[in-house]
Write a protein of this length. Structure first.
Length: 185
């Protein structure tokens, strides 16, 4: 084991509390490309597709890309050893929770129980009309855009799109609106 791994293990063993913060890098080994970089999704897709204003004005086109990337591609991926290692650390009481920027649900799939999905989850859809929530497994994505069974309005993945503010907790200073990176950033 390298010195850096040994040092990390020592820190975890001696810590009173540990939290893991993960991003795109942990899911790359599972087959999910990052958004940025040489093989990033922004090189293949227009980042504007994930802007909430674009979603509202080009709902069907946006849903076509969302389905292709997030449900056709991401729907086939499975957790990798890093996801399982974090779930094992949690099960052994060494890790309190996982905070992730990822929307792929792989931490839950690996067995983690306390996961804070900072950007939301692709496993859930929310109605833009009545705010009803659905599990993606309940929705047929062959007809786009999917519609709410209760009120007939459009469903949206329950994730933070660019151009939309993060939800804030009571007493918390609201976070700034996201700016969508360009393909060159």
């Amino acid at each position: 084991m390298s010195d850096s791994y040994q040092e990390a293990a020592r820190i975890i063993r001696s810590a009173r509390r540990c939290v893991a913060f993960t991003g795109a890098g942990i899911s790359v080994e599972s087959g999910i490309p990052p958004f940025r970089g040489e093989k990033g999704l922004w090189n293949q897709y227009d980042p504007e597709t994930f802007d909430i204003r674009y979603f509202h004005s080009h709902t069907k086109a946006s849903w076509e890309v969302i389905r292709e990337i997030f449900y056709d591609l991401f729907g086939k991926v499975v957790p990798n050893p890093a996801h399982y290692a974090l779930a094992e650390l949690e099960a052994k009481g060494r890790l309190g929770s996982v905070i992730t920027q990822n929307v792929d649900n792989l931490h839950y799939d690996a067995g983690s129980r306390t996961v804070h999905e900072f950007h939301g989850s692709l496993k859930k859809l929310v109605c833009l009309g009545c705010r009803a929530k659905y599990m993606i497994s309940e929705i047929d994505l062959t007809r786009l855009p999917p519609e709410c069974e209760a009120c007939g309005k459009v469903l949206k993945p329950d994730v933070i799109f660019s151009g939309k503010p993060f939800p804030s907790l009571p007493g918390q200073i609201p976070l700034m609106k996201l700016k969508m990176p360009t393909a060159s950033s």
